[in-house]
Every structure is written in structure tokens, then in C-alpha cells.
Design a protein around this ligand. Structure first.
Ligand code: SF4
Length: 189
């Protein structure tokens, strides 16, 4: 019986997170549920990248419908426009990891984790806090590996497997921020 539900944020991060758990003798079930990703065409690209990695890795993958708790996501989307990034990201991580913990409890899997810990651009303290709160709420255990050292390796693996690699975190605000950062770097030469 698989005993780890691994929330998968994207195929590229999964390329290093899945082997890291396998090296520890744990075969994860990947669970893809990221309604934060905007626009819909971007979500479809990342979903396809996840499917491609599933085939390459022989991984069990659950593609959870992305609608989720519509009222919560609507509130979160509204907050994106005015909230400071910390508040916005804490809410986003709380919604996704909350849904992952609920799915683990529903499926009878006692532990859950996330591939988000691969990215050095994510706030790891917020991930840990959201994971622990979700675990408490749903009676499961949150487990995490700090895989930031493998981030560069995920570039190579993504290229090798032909996976789409996204240029921004996911929400509309992060797309806007990434665009501005790239423009500022160009201006600075
Ligand atoms: S930047 Fe990323 S983690 Fe933060 S709110 Fe947007 S999608 Fe969520």
C-alpha cells in the first residue's frame, strides 16, 4: 500500500521529488491539484507536463478536478489583487495543502507531502506552516524534504524528458511580477 500522497505542483519539480522519496523506500502517489494556476491554457500545459512525467516515471497519478472549493478560491483570487505576497502565498498554500490533506484522509493515506519544497523561490516556512495546519485539521501527517539543492537538476531532467517548464509560479499576480522582473533585468543589461 502506498503511504504517501505527494501533492505535485508541476512535472519539473516532480522529476527530482519522486526519486528522492523512492530513494527512501517510499513509492508516492502523485496528486495534482493546483487551481491557483492561471490562465486555463497554462494550467493545461502544466497538467500535460505532469502526465508526461507520469508516463516516463511509471508513477501513479491522481488528477484531481481543479475547481475545488470554489468559494475559497474566489476569495483567494480577489485577495491576490490587494494582498502582500506573503499573505497571498500563505492563503494559496493553505488551500492547496488543505485539499491535499483532505484527499489523503479520504483515500486512507496517512502521510502527505508536496513537491513545492524543490523550489528555492517558494517560502519554505509558509509551506511548513500550511502543511502542519492541514495535517492537524485532517488527522494525517505532513512530511517534507528540503530539496532546494536539486532544483538545478530538475532543469536537466525536464529537458531530458521534454517537459514544459513554467516561467512563473502560477497565479496572475506572479505572472505579472515575473514579467516585471525580466523587464528590469533587460533594462539593467
Ligand atoms: S506566487 Fe505562487 S504560491 Fe504565491 S499565491 Fe501566487 S501561485 Fe500561490
Amino acid at each position: 500500500m502506498n503511504d504517501l500522497l505527494l501533492h505535485a505542483c508541476c512535472g519539473p519539480c516532480a522529476t527530482v521529488a519522486v526519486p528522492a522519496w523512492r530513494e527512501r523506500g517510499i513509492e508516492p502517489v502523485a496528486w495534482f491539484h493546483n487551481p491557483n494556476i492561471q490562465p486555463a491554457a497554462e494550467l493545461e500545459r502544466r497538467t500535460e507536463s505532469m502526465r508526461r512525467f507520469r508516463r516516463a516515471a511509471g508513477l501513479e497519478l491522481v488528477l484531481e478536478p481543479q475547481a475545488g472549493d470554489t468559494a475559497s478560491w474566489d476569495r483567494w483570487a480577489l485577495r491576490q489583487r490587494s494582498a502582500a505576497p506573503d499573505e497571498r502565498c500563505a492563503a494559496c498554500l493553505g488551500l492547496r495543502l488543505g485539499a491535499a490533506a483532505a484527499a489523503a484522509a479520504r483515500l486512507g493515506v496517512r502521510r502527505f507531502g508536496t513537491t513545492l519544497t524543490v523550489s528555492p523561490y517558494q517560502r519554505h516556512d509558509l509551506i511548513e506552516r500550511a502543511g502542519a495546519a492541514a495535517a492537524d485539521e485532517h488527522g494525517v501527517t505532513f512530511v517534507s524534504l528540503d530539496l532546494r539543492d536539486s532544483f538545478r537538476q530538475s532543469y536537466g531532467e525536464s529537458r531530458r524528458l521534454g517537459l514544459y517548464r513554467q516561467p512563473y509560479c502560477g497565479c496572475a499576480a506572479s505572472k505579472w511580477e515575473a514579467w516585471h522582473q525580466r523587464a528590469a533585468r533587460k533594462r539593467a543589461g
